[in-house]
Design a protein. Structure first.
Length: 462
């Protein structure tokens, strides 16, 4: 399997080189040259595998340059840190199936990919005798999951930008209380979109990227998306066993388009997904795209689901590549237009293609709290505000016949203030969060300025 850039000027990369490159050197995002196709028989053979074995069977179709025994070892190590024996269990409440993705070290779905990516980086760096400085931006969960994925690892420093006072208190503490010497937390005076822009600008400086051996941990790294494809297959197998369904829907709370894009890849591989329900909060650029063909950047609103407080979805370019029938020139033109005008327009034919794969709904702050409260009242099950966005969209858009799986992207204890507003009490904290406010903290506040971040990197890089 070889990899190419959405912008067409980087191609024929091995999987290992694609992982190490992160953002493609032409500014695009890396994708496999072709998507492996699975027959119904292939999918049936995967249905009831345990999670590590399923991950091996899915990932090995995209990874041609890591020996099978090594890949299996990386996978086994990555999921040994999860607290549930099923890794990503599926539960059923109030007519929806909930895929719990929060049983990793930082209680968020990002752990599923970043535990794997951290081990993969360590493996490749040891193999090559190299060092890496990871640079990433977070709207809340990626940062802590990335930090926990590489804390204390050899030959890696990690620099994470988060928007100052615009993530939940627990999200901030999960990052800033990790004091390993290879971890650097930077609170930028700005938004997540500012941080994402800075990261892309720095990776776009190829001389700087090479000099400081920069690596990407955001979902611009293909390995992140690939690891997330696995749990769509896992959920399908568990729901099919219970319902004997022929198709399935997934409702995905998303701001950056990475998690739902993993579902799109699973669908392209042959998983019988009827529709992907794209659920956003009041930062509804992706909902407007699906429903109206309007992809225009607005101001970021702060909501109870801060990990989705995003306007510019970095993984959207990957979807454009397929929407434009893999024409890299069109992708380059579109990204140039977006950079200059802040918007993209789509033809009626393109909008019809989108509608074949996606439904979409934006959920307000008030509706988020209402969903947490009502769902808890009916079932006793507590949703975090991001998962509540997905559940609300599933209940409103589901057809009542096709089973719908809602991705539970975080443990409710990470968003205690929102839960308190919804049900009148904070959620019970798991052991990993006990006393987190009293732990030693390390973080620096810095302007959302590319030059300032570059100077900091140059001073602290390996």
């Amino acid at each position: 399997m070889k990899y190419l850039s959405t912008r067409g000027r980087v191609r024929s990369l091995s999987f290992k080189d694609a992982v190490m490159m992160g953002l493609a050197d032409d500014g695009g995002l890396l994708l496999p040259e072709s998507i492996p196709q699975l027959t119904p028989g292939d999918i049936a053979a995967l249905e009831m595998l345990d999670y590590p074995e399923l991950a091996f069977q899915v990932l090995s179709r995209f990874v041609g340059d890591i020996p099978s025994a090594d890949l299996k070892s990386l996978i086994d190590r990555s999921y040994a840190s999860f607290t549930h024996p099923d890794i990503t269990p599926v539960v059923h409440h109030n007519g929806v199936h909930i895929l719990e993705l929060f049983h990793g070290p930082t209680l968020a779905f990002k752990d599923v990919a970043l535990q794997f990516l951290g081990n993969l980086f360590e493996y490749l760096l040891a193999e090559r005798g190299e060092k890496m400085n990871i640079l990433g931006a977070t709207s809340g969960d990626t940062g802590s999951a990335a930090i926990y994925g590489v804390r204390g690892k050899e030959n890696i420093n990690i620099f994470i930008l988060h928007p100052h006072r615009k993530v939940s208190p627990i999200q901030e503490l999960q990052m800033t209380t990790v004091t390993d010497p290879n971890v650097f937390n930077l609170a930028i005076r700005g938004t997540f979109d500012d941080g994402q822009r800075i990261v892309k600008e720095i990776f776009g400086d190829l001389d700087f990227k090479a000099k400081y051996a920069l690596g990407a941990v955001n979902s611009i790294n293909w390995a992140r998306v690939l690891a997330q494809v696995v749990y769509y297959f896992y959920a399908w197998g568990r729901v099919r066993k219970k319902t004997d369904c022929r198709e399935i829907c997934f409702s995905v709370p998303t701001g950056n388009f990475g998690d739902i894009f993993a579902g799109f890849i699973a669908k392209k591989m042959g998983l019988p997904i009827r529709r992907l329900i794209l659920a956003t909060n009041e930062n509804n650029i992706l909902t407007r795209f699906v429903r109206q063909g309007d992809y225009s950047i607005g101001a970021v609103s702060q909501t109870y689901s801060p990990s989705m407080d995003i306007q510019l979805a970095s993984n959207f370019e990957r979807y454009l590549f397929y929407l434009y029938d893999e024409q890299s020139g069109r992708v380059r033109d579109a990204m140039s237009e977006l950079a200059s005008t802040g918007r993209l327009a789509f033809t009626a034919a393109e909008r019809e293609k989108v509608a074949q794969n996606f439904f979409a709904q934006a959920v307000s702050n008030a509706e988020t709290l209402e969903t947490i409260r009502d769902f808890h009242g009916k079932t006793g099950y507590l949703l975090d505000p991001h998962t509540a966005v997905g559940v609300r969209a599933a209940l409103d858009l589901g057809d009542g016949q096709t089973p719908t799986v809602c991705l539970a992207t975080a443990h409710p204890a990470k968003f205690g203030e929102a839960v308190q507003l919804a049900i009148g009490q904070e959620p019970t904290r798991p052991a990993s969060l006990a006393g987190i406010e009293d732990r030693e903290k390390r973080c620096e506040t810095i302007d959302a300025d590319t030059t300032a971040i570059k100077n900091y990197l140059a001073t602290h890089a390996l």
